[in-house]
Design a protein around this ligand. Structure first.
Ligand code: SF4
Ligand code: MG
Length: 326
Protein backbone atom coordinates (compact mmCIF):
# COMPACT_ATOMS: atom_id res chain seq x y z
CA UNK A 1 0.00 0.00 0.00
CA UNK A 2 1.46 3.31 -1.09
CA UNK A 3 -0.75 5.76 0.78
CA UNK A 4 -3.32 5.05 3.42
CA UNK A 5 -5.25 7.81 5.16
CA UNK A 6 -6.90 6.53 8.32
CA UNK A 7 -9.71 8.24 10.13
CA UNK A 8 -8.32 11.73 9.53
CA UNK A 9 -9.86 14.69 11.38
CA UNK A 10 -9.03 18.32 10.67
CA UNK A 11 -10.61 21.42 12.13
CA UNK A 12 -10.13 25.15 11.67
CA UNK A 13 -10.47 27.65 14.44
CA UNK A 14 -12.21 30.75 13.17
CA UNK A 15 -13.57 33.82 14.87
CA UNK A 16 -17.06 32.41 14.55
CA UNK A 17 -16.29 28.97 15.89
CA UNK A 18 -14.74 25.66 14.90
CA UNK A 19 -15.14 24.55 11.31
CA UNK A 20 -15.04 20.77 11.09
CA UNK A 21 -13.46 20.41 7.68
CA UNK A 22 -12.48 16.73 7.76
CA UNK A 23 -14.44 14.30 9.92
CA UNK A 24 -12.95 10.82 9.78
CA UNK A 25 -11.71 10.34 6.23
CA UNK A 26 -10.06 7.08 5.23
CA UNK A 27 -8.77 6.20 1.79
CA UNK A 28 -6.03 4.16 0.15
CA UNK A 29 -4.02 4.47 -3.03
CA UNK A 30 -1.79 1.79 -4.49
CA UNK A 31 1.18 2.23 -6.80
CA UNK A 32 -0.07 2.63 -10.35
CA UNK A 33 -3.57 3.48 -9.21
CA UNK A 34 -5.63 6.63 -9.70
CA UNK A 35 -8.09 7.59 -7.00
CA UNK A 36 -10.41 10.48 -7.78
CA UNK A 37 -11.60 12.40 -4.74
CA UNK A 38 -14.77 14.13 -5.71
CA UNK A 39 -16.77 16.77 -3.91
CA UNK A 40 -18.15 20.30 -3.93
CA UNK A 41 -16.01 23.12 -2.63
CA UNK A 42 -15.87 22.88 1.16
CA UNK A 43 -16.30 19.10 1.17
CA UNK A 44 -12.84 18.67 2.71
CA UNK A 45 -11.12 17.14 -0.31
CA UNK A 46 -8.36 19.77 -0.57
CA UNK A 47 -7.87 20.02 3.19
CA UNK A 48 -7.39 16.25 3.35
CA UNK A 49 -4.78 16.50 0.61
CA UNK A 50 -3.01 19.35 2.38
CA UNK A 51 -2.88 17.30 5.57
CA UNK A 52 -1.42 14.39 3.61
CA UNK A 53 1.22 16.63 2.03
CA UNK A 54 1.97 18.40 5.30
CA UNK A 55 1.13 21.83 3.90
CA UNK A 56 -1.95 22.57 5.94
CA UNK A 57 -2.14 26.13 7.25
CA UNK A 58 -1.39 25.65 10.93
CA UNK A 59 -2.90 27.52 12.69
CA UNK A 60 -5.80 27.99 12.05
CA UNK A 61 -5.89 24.39 10.76
CA UNK A 62 -5.32 21.54 13.19
CA UNK A 63 -5.16 17.79 12.65
CA UNK A 64 -7.12 16.43 15.59
CA UNK A 65 -6.90 12.74 14.80
CA UNK A 66 -5.96 10.00 12.40
CA UNK A 67 -2.94 8.70 10.52
CA UNK A 68 -1.37 9.33 7.15
CA UNK A 69 0.60 6.21 6.26
CA UNK A 70 3.03 6.56 3.39
CA UNK A 71 4.60 3.16 2.64
CA UNK A 72 3.50 2.16 6.11
CA UNK A 73 5.08 5.11 7.91
CA UNK A 74 2.84 7.61 9.69
CA UNK A 75 3.82 11.00 8.29
CA UNK A 76 2.01 12.81 11.08
CA UNK A 77 4.55 11.55 13.61
CA UNK A 78 7.64 12.64 11.63
CA UNK A 79 9.72 15.71 12.29
CA UNK A 80 9.20 18.53 9.83
CA UNK A 81 12.63 17.96 8.30
CA UNK A 82 12.02 14.25 7.59
CA UNK A 83 8.64 15.15 6.29
CA UNK A 84 10.09 17.69 3.90
CA UNK A 85 12.52 15.16 2.49
CA UNK A 86 9.69 12.75 1.64
CA UNK A 87 7.55 15.56 0.29
CA UNK A 88 10.31 16.81 -1.98
CA UNK A 89 11.17 13.52 -3.60
CA UNK A 90 8.60 10.78 -3.04
CA UNK A 91 5.39 12.84 -3.03
CA UNK A 92 4.53 15.81 -5.19
CA UNK A 93 1.55 18.06 -5.60
CA UNK A 94 -0.02 19.79 -8.58
CA UNK A 95 -2.21 22.81 -7.93
CA UNK A 96 -5.05 24.42 -9.83
CA UNK A 97 -3.31 27.70 -10.40
CA UNK A 98 0.15 27.31 -11.95
CA UNK A 99 0.69 31.04 -12.06
CA UNK A 100 0.70 31.34 -8.30
CA UNK A 101 2.46 28.00 -7.72
CA UNK A 102 5.38 28.85 -9.99
CA UNK A 103 7.92 31.53 -9.15
CA UNK A 104 7.26 34.52 -11.44
CA UNK A 105 10.82 35.86 -11.37
CA UNK A 106 12.59 32.63 -12.36
CA UNK A 107 12.62 31.12 -15.83
CA UNK A 108 10.87 27.77 -16.02
CA UNK A 109 14.23 26.21 -16.87
CA UNK A 110 15.72 27.50 -13.64
CA UNK A 111 12.76 26.29 -11.62
CA UNK A 112 12.79 22.83 -13.13
CA UNK A 113 16.56 22.67 -12.95
CA UNK A 114 16.52 23.69 -9.28
CA UNK A 115 14.83 20.36 -8.46
CA UNK A 116 17.84 18.46 -9.82
CA UNK A 117 20.42 20.78 -8.30
CA UNK A 118 18.88 20.65 -4.82
CA UNK A 119 17.71 17.04 -4.65
CA UNK A 120 20.12 15.29 -7.01
CA UNK A 121 23.23 17.41 -6.63
CA UNK A 122 23.52 18.01 -10.38
CA UNK A 123 25.50 20.80 -11.99
CA UNK A 124 23.54 23.76 -13.37
CA UNK A 125 24.37 22.68 -16.87
CA UNK A 126 23.15 19.09 -16.46
CA UNK A 127 20.10 20.30 -14.60
CA UNK A 128 19.25 22.60 -17.51
CA UNK A 129 19.49 19.67 -19.92
CA UNK A 130 17.15 17.64 -17.73
CA UNK A 131 14.74 20.56 -17.59
CA UNK A 132 14.55 20.60 -21.38
CA UNK A 133 13.95 16.84 -21.43
CA UNK A 134 11.14 17.22 -18.94
CA UNK A 135 9.53 20.00 -20.94
CA UNK A 136 9.66 17.78 -24.00
CA UNK A 137 8.20 14.97 -21.96
CA UNK A 138 5.13 17.09 -21.17
CA UNK A 139 5.03 18.12 -24.84
CA UNK A 140 5.93 21.76 -24.70
CA UNK A 141 6.83 22.79 -28.25
CA UNK A 142 10.31 24.22 -28.84
CA UNK A 143 11.35 23.24 -25.31
CA UNK A 144 15.04 24.05 -25.88
CA UNK A 145 14.16 27.70 -26.50
CA UNK A 146 11.22 28.03 -24.16
CA UNK A 147 13.24 26.84 -21.20
CA UNK A 148 14.44 30.45 -20.93
CA UNK A 149 10.94 31.88 -20.70
CA UNK A 150 9.13 33.00 -17.56
CA UNK A 151 5.85 31.46 -16.36
CA UNK A 152 3.71 34.39 -17.54
CA UNK A 153 4.94 33.88 -21.11
CA UNK A 154 3.11 30.55 -21.33
CA UNK A 155 -0.58 29.86 -21.91
CA UNK A 156 -2.62 28.42 -19.04
CA UNK A 157 -2.46 24.90 -20.48
CA UNK A 158 1.29 25.09 -21.06
CA UNK A 159 1.85 26.40 -17.53
CA UNK A 160 -0.11 23.47 -16.18
CA UNK A 161 2.17 21.15 -18.18
CA UNK A 162 5.17 22.85 -16.61
CA UNK A 163 3.72 22.24 -13.17
CA UNK A 164 3.22 18.58 -14.09
CA UNK A 165 6.86 18.52 -15.19
CA UNK A 166 7.93 19.99 -11.84
CA UNK A 167 5.93 17.36 -10.00
CA UNK A 168 7.40 14.56 -12.12
CA UNK A 169 10.99 15.75 -11.95
CA UNK A 170 12.11 13.47 -9.14
CA UNK A 171 9.86 10.59 -10.24
CA UNK A 172 7.73 10.59 -7.12
CA UNK A 173 5.80 7.50 -6.07
CA UNK A 174 2.71 9.61 -5.40
CA UNK A 175 1.23 12.72 -6.97
CA UNK A 176 -1.69 14.62 -5.53
CA UNK A 177 -3.35 16.84 -8.14
CA UNK A 178 -5.83 19.37 -6.75
CA UNK A 179 -8.21 20.50 -9.50
CA UNK A 180 -5.35 20.39 -12.03
CA UNK A 181 -7.48 21.39 -15.01
CA UNK A 182 -10.26 23.48 -13.46
CA UNK A 183 -8.83 26.81 -14.61
CA UNK A 184 -8.48 25.68 -18.24
CA UNK A 185 -10.72 25.69 -21.32
CA UNK A 186 -12.61 22.46 -21.87
CA UNK A 187 -10.49 21.23 -24.81
CA UNK A 188 -7.24 22.07 -23.04
CA UNK A 189 -8.59 20.36 -19.90
CA UNK A 190 -8.92 17.08 -21.77
CA UNK A 191 -5.39 17.33 -23.20
CA UNK A 192 -3.81 18.05 -19.84
CA UNK A 193 -5.83 15.30 -18.15
CA UNK A 194 -4.82 12.79 -20.86
CA UNK A 195 -1.18 13.75 -20.43
CA UNK A 196 -1.37 13.34 -16.67
CA UNK A 197 -3.04 9.95 -17.04
CA UNK A 198 -0.45 8.82 -19.56
CA UNK A 199 2.47 9.83 -17.34
CA UNK A 200 0.83 8.24 -14.33
CA UNK A 201 0.66 4.91 -16.18
CA UNK A 202 4.16 5.20 -17.57
CA UNK A 203 5.75 5.98 -14.21
CA UNK A 204 3.37 3.65 -12.32
CA UNK A 205 2.69 6.41 -9.83
CA UNK A 206 -0.15 6.54 -7.37
CA UNK A 207 -2.33 9.50 -8.28
CA UNK A 208 -4.89 11.24 -6.12
CA UNK A 209 -6.98 13.39 -8.40
CA UNK A 210 -9.07 15.97 -6.57
CA UNK A 211 -11.95 17.46 -8.47
CA UNK A 212 -15.46 18.84 -8.23
CA UNK A 213 -16.16 17.65 -11.77
CA UNK A 214 -17.29 14.04 -12.18
CA UNK A 215 -17.08 14.43 -15.95
CA UNK A 216 -13.33 15.01 -15.80
CA UNK A 217 -12.39 11.79 -14.03
CA UNK A 218 -14.52 9.16 -15.75
CA UNK A 219 -11.82 8.06 -18.17
CA UNK A 220 -8.77 8.39 -15.97
CA UNK A 221 -9.67 7.20 -12.47
CA UNK A 222 -9.70 3.62 -11.25
CA UNK A 223 -11.71 4.38 -8.14
CA UNK A 224 -13.67 7.31 -6.83
CA UNK A 225 -14.20 8.53 -3.29
CA UNK A 226 -17.07 11.00 -3.01
CA UNK A 227 -16.81 13.49 -0.15
CA UNK A 228 -19.52 15.49 1.56
CA UNK A 229 -19.18 17.66 4.66
CA UNK A 230 -15.76 16.29 5.49
CA UNK A 231 -16.68 12.63 5.13
CA UNK A 232 -16.45 10.04 2.42
CA UNK A 233 -20.01 9.13 1.52
CA UNK A 234 -19.32 6.64 -1.23
CA UNK A 235 -16.30 4.83 -2.60
CA UNK A 236 -16.35 2.50 -5.57
CA UNK A 237 -14.59 1.48 -8.80
CA UNK A 238 -15.34 4.25 -11.26
CA UNK A 239 -17.50 2.24 -13.65
CA UNK A 240 -19.63 0.72 -10.90
CA UNK A 241 -20.27 4.13 -9.47
CA UNK A 242 -21.36 5.58 -12.81
CA UNK A 243 -23.56 2.63 -13.63
CA UNK A 244 -25.35 2.53 -10.32
CA UNK A 245 -24.50 4.96 -7.52
CA UNK A 246 -25.14 3.69 -4.01
CA UNK A 247 -25.57 7.12 -2.42
CA UNK A 248 -28.19 9.77 -3.26
CA UNK A 249 -25.55 12.49 -3.33
CA UNK A 250 -23.53 10.62 -5.95
CA UNK A 251 -26.70 10.02 -7.92
CA UNK A 252 -27.38 13.75 -7.85
CA UNK A 253 -23.86 14.50 -9.09
CA UNK A 254 -24.21 12.02 -11.95
CA UNK A 255 -27.63 13.32 -12.92
CA UNK A 256 -26.29 16.85 -13.08
CA UNK A 257 -23.62 16.07 -15.71
CA UNK A 258 -24.74 17.42 -19.09
CA UNK A 259 -25.26 14.49 -21.48
CA UNK A 260 -25.82 14.44 -25.21
CA UNK A 261 -28.56 11.82 -25.02
CA UNK A 262 -30.54 14.04 -22.69
CA UNK A 263 -30.19 17.16 -24.75
CA UNK A 264 -33.11 19.51 -24.44
CA UNK A 265 -34.12 18.13 -21.06
CA UNK A 266 -33.62 20.32 -18.08
CA UNK A 267 -30.41 19.54 -16.21
CA UNK A 268 -30.86 18.11 -12.75
CA UNK A 269 -29.42 20.14 -9.90
CA UNK A 270 -29.06 18.96 -6.32
CA UNK A 271 -31.28 21.28 -4.31
CA UNK A 272 -29.94 23.43 -1.51
CA UNK A 273 -26.40 24.32 -0.52
CA UNK A 274 -23.47 22.44 1.00
CA UNK A 275 -23.57 22.60 4.81
CA UNK A 276 -21.91 25.18 6.98
CA UNK A 277 -18.93 23.34 8.46
CA UNK A 278 -19.41 25.15 11.75
CA UNK A 279 -22.89 23.73 12.01
CA UNK A 280 -23.04 20.40 10.22
CA UNK A 281 -26.57 18.93 10.27
CA UNK A 282 -26.99 16.06 12.77
CA UNK A 283 -27.55 12.52 11.54
CA UNK A 284 -26.71 12.28 7.87
CA UNK A 285 -25.19 15.64 6.91
CA UNK A 286 -26.83 15.35 3.48
CA UNK A 287 -30.38 14.99 4.84
CA UNK A 288 -31.56 18.58 4.16
CA UNK A 289 -30.84 18.04 0.46
CA UNK A 290 -31.68 14.36 0.08
CA UNK A 291 -34.75 13.20 -1.85
CA UNK A 292 -34.65 9.89 0.05
CA UNK A 293 -34.33 11.25 3.59
CA UNK A 294 -36.46 9.74 6.36
CA UNK A 295 -36.69 10.23 10.12
CA UNK A 296 -33.68 8.05 10.94
CA UNK A 297 -31.52 10.23 8.68
CA UNK A 298 -32.13 13.25 10.92
CA UNK A 299 -30.69 11.53 13.99
CA UNK A 300 -28.36 8.66 13.04
CA UNK A 301 -25.04 9.20 11.29
CA UNK A 302 -24.90 6.51 8.61
CA UNK A 303 -21.80 4.29 8.87
CA UNK A 304 -19.90 3.26 5.73
CA UNK A 305 -21.89 0.17 4.72
CA UNK A 306 -20.21 -2.55 2.73
CA UNK A 307 -22.06 -2.61 -0.58
CA UNK A 308 -19.67 -5.15 -2.07
CA UNK A 309 -16.03 -6.14 -1.56
CA UNK A 310 -14.74 -2.87 -3.06
CA UNK A 311 -17.69 -0.53 -2.55
CA UNK A 312 -18.89 1.43 0.45
CA UNK A 313 -21.80 3.78 0.98
CA UNK A 314 -22.62 5.98 3.94
CA UNK A 315 -26.36 5.91 3.36
CA UNK A 316 -28.94 4.11 5.50
CA UNK A 317 -30.86 3.37 2.31
CA UNK A 318 -28.04 2.48 -0.08
CA UNK A 319 -29.94 -0.55 -1.38
CA UNK A 320 -32.81 1.58 -2.58
CA UNK A 321 -30.45 4.05 -4.12
CA UNK A 322 -28.58 1.27 -5.91
CA UNK A 323 -31.85 -0.14 -7.23
CA UNK A 324 -32.64 3.27 -8.67
CA UNK A 325 -35.73 3.69 -6.56
CA UNK A 326 -34.80 7.19 -5.51
FE1 SF4 B 1 -30.31 10.49 2.22
FE2 SF4 B 1 -30.74 9.31 4.55
FE3 SF4 B 1 -29.11 8.22 2.82
FE4 SF4 B 1 -28.42 10.45 4.10
S1 SF4 B 1 -28.74 8.44 5.00
S2 SF4 B 1 -28.14 10.04 1.96
S3 SF4 B 1 -30.38 11.50 4.20
S4 SF4 B 1 -31.28 8.52 2.56
MG1 MG C 1 -10.21 22.98 -3.26
Amino acid sequence: MLLEVRDLHVEFRTRDGIARAVNGVSYRVDAGETLAVLGESGSGKSVTAQAVMGILDVPPGRITGGQVLFRGQDLLTLKEEERRRIRGAAMAMIFQDALSALNPVLTVGDQLGEMFVVHRGMSRRDARARAVELMERVRIPAAAQRVRDYPHQFSGGMRQRIMIAMALALEPALIIADEPTTALDVTVQAQVMDLLAELQREYRMGLVLITHDLGVVADVADRIAVMYAGRIVETAPVHDLYKAPAHPYTRGLIDSIPRLDRKGRELYAIKGLPPNLMDIPPGCAFHPRCPLARDVCLTDVPPLHEVSADRRSACHFWRECLDGRS
